[in-house]
Design a binder for this molecule. Sequence first.
Ligand code: 6GU
Length: 226
Amino acid sequence: MRIDIITVLPELLESPFSHSIMKRAQQKGLLEVYTHHLRDFGLGKHRQVDDYQFGGGAGLVMMIEPISKCIEQLQSERAYDEIIFLTPDGKRYNQSIANQLSLKGNLLLLCGHYKGIDERIREQYVTSEISIGDYVLSGGELAAAVLVDSIGRLIPGVLNDETSALSDSFQDDLLAPPVYTRPAEFKGWKVPDILLSGHEAKIQEWRYEQALKRTEDRRPDLLEEK
Ligand code: 6GU
């Protein structure tokens, strides 16, 4: 899978994909991530990318021309399955969307800033709009990082058995059960006996019960959605 990201803050996206699972996904050749600096497509001597909004009002709006140029240059090199605009008024992101996007070949992510982007970009180029939650970020970059990470780890071959996505919270609409490691007792606080029993079937049953209980307690909405 290839993911291109258009941003005015490429520096913000340098680290998130350079560690751990994202790093390994790229080293294995399963994921490619490229950032494109919108300012390289900016207008005039100052490489302007934003301007005052028509009709008045505070806050700058990202202009159509630099974004259009950048998108069209990228499109001339490959076809994109989706052009996704990261915006707080987009569709709320979840594991199901991550699963669907992990099956795509080429994704183009567009990070918003300031007051927003010229609406014509959304009408003419963007194929879907995503928000990562009901709060406001300064820009779409951190949201783009969230998408790349959550999608990248779902690409077949990225995770090994130990890190398998199948046991993740949300993957089966349940939160993950509690986990423990050595020592079996610390300051008198003990690990549940069942986990030390070696009884595989009972352990699986216990984990499922715990996952269900945790979901009922913390996220009953996940059980109701179906
Ligand atoms: Cl995708 N962008 C911004 N700026 N804020 C957000 C968001 C996106 N998702 C939640 N808040």
